[in-house]
Structures are given as structure tokens and as C-alpha cells.
Ligand binder design. Sequence first.
Ligand code: ADP
Length: 277
Amino acid sequence: EESTEDMRRSMDSMEEKGAQLLIANREAMESNRLKSQFLANISHEVRTPLNAILGYTKTLKKGITDPQNQLYIETIQQSTNNLLAIIGDILDFSKIEAGKLSLENGHFNLKKLVDEVYQTLSINLLSNNKDIDLIPDFQTDMPEWFIGDSTRVRQILNNLIGNAIKFTHQGSIRTKVSVIANGDKKINLSFQIIDTGIGIPEDKIDRLFKPFSQVDTSTTRQFGGTGLGLVITKKLVEQMNGTIDVSSTSGVGSTFRFTLTLKVSNKQQNQYAPLEK
Ligand code: ADP
């Protein structure tokens, strides 16, 4: 009889623990939701004044002739743009966490897009005195026009090529694009961003695609960054039915590989023309 009593007591306590866990879980989910919401709100609130700073800086720049002052105002512009990029990453990350990141479709020319990314990022080469060749390397006879989210494809390339430039002192950054499989209307593409940079230590590779991870965590960090770029990049690639991985040798360089499945556009349209509904 005593043992039945014991059993009932232990079952009661198990039930109680279960209920407690359920409550704790619900609270954790709610606090996660609040965190995502908070990040999204903050990002929005910070973006508005930053855009005002950027706008008025542009206006002020026109009236400035003194070279020293011009340099100051360019630094303000550059710093504001950096802040906007960080805020953009935080906003994207919170959208990803909340499962609210959605893709949009349009026609775009992939070769042109890679050229544009190279062109924008080559400004960094000049200002950092780096001697790096930026080499686009497209398989010949592959289609040029695709249907997909060109803004997000640009963001993926921008992150990976931007990192490649950031962590390379000299040599080259090759963007190799080739066709893996050519379906009826869809095409499976392989991208490789190959750099001749500092490389990534083997024991750090596993953590690369996890939030906030950076290889150099010393307080005297040489390179800036939020550690969100690769997390966002991976998520975007996965949303386009692709995969991403990296191979790297310390001191020799890194290769980031990813695949994307895109629809082939049969229209040689104006770049980024919206898809008609
Ligand atoms: P961050 O914005 O801090 O650069 P990322 O997620 O883009 O964040 O990258 C995370 C870390 O991965 C970087 O801080 C760097 O240590 C390492 N990394 C990424 N790409 C490269 C590369 N091409 N060469 C060497 N290290 C890299």
C-alpha cells in the first residue's frame, strides 16, 4: 500500500515538473519573440536618423571646398554607411530568427550583378592599398538571365566577396560560376569564391556559420564586423534551395562554395525589371 502511495506521489511530482517545463518553454518562446520584435524595432528606429544624417551630409558636401573638411564629411558618410550596414544585418538576423525573411522575384543578369559587386567593393581595395585581382570566371555558354531575388543574391555575393577582400592582402579573388544541372525551367548553379588570403584555422571552421562567431576574438581585433554575415548568407542560400560550405588552408586561402537553384529567364530584359504578375 505504501508503494502505491509512493508511486502516486512521484507521479504527481512528475506531472508538476512537466507543467513547470511547459510554462518555462512557453516563457522562453515568448521572450524569444519579444527579442526578435525588439531587434526589429530598434533597427528601424536607428535607421531613420541615420538616413537623415546621410541625406544632410550629402547636401552639406556640395558647399564644402576645403579639402580637409571634405575629408571629414566623407568620413562621416562612410561611417554612417557602415552603421546602416550593421543595422541591416541585425534586422535581417532578427527576421531570420522570427522566420519572417521572404524572397522576391525579378529578372536579373547574373554576370552584370557579379561585375557590380566587384566594382562596389573595389573601392575598398583602393582605400586599403591592396593589390588584388578581382576575376569573374563564368562557364562559357551558360545562361545570363535568371528569375530570382537579385537583391538577396547580391547580398550573398557581397558578403562572401567582401570577406574575401577583407581577409586577403594580395593575390586574387576569383568568382567561379558553373552549371551543375540544367533542368526544364530551373538551373542548379555552383558558385566558388576563391581567395588567396589569411585562411581559416581548421578548428574554427565548424563555428563559422553560427551567429556572432569570429575567428579573431582577441580584444585587439584587427578586423571589424558583427559575425552575422555568414549566418545571414547561409540562411539566404538555404532559402534558395542551396547549400554552402568552405574549405581553407591557413596562410594559403579559402574557398567558399555555394549552390543556388534559379529559374532561367527567357527574356533578355532590362536589368532588374520587376516580374509582371
Ligand atoms: P564578420 O562580419 O565579423 O566578418 P562573418 O560572419 O562574415 O562576420 O565572418 C565570420 C568570421 O569568419 C570572420 O570574422 C573571419 O574570422 C572568418 N572569415 C570569413 N570569411 C573569411 C575569409 N574569406 N578568409 C578568412 N577568414 C574568413
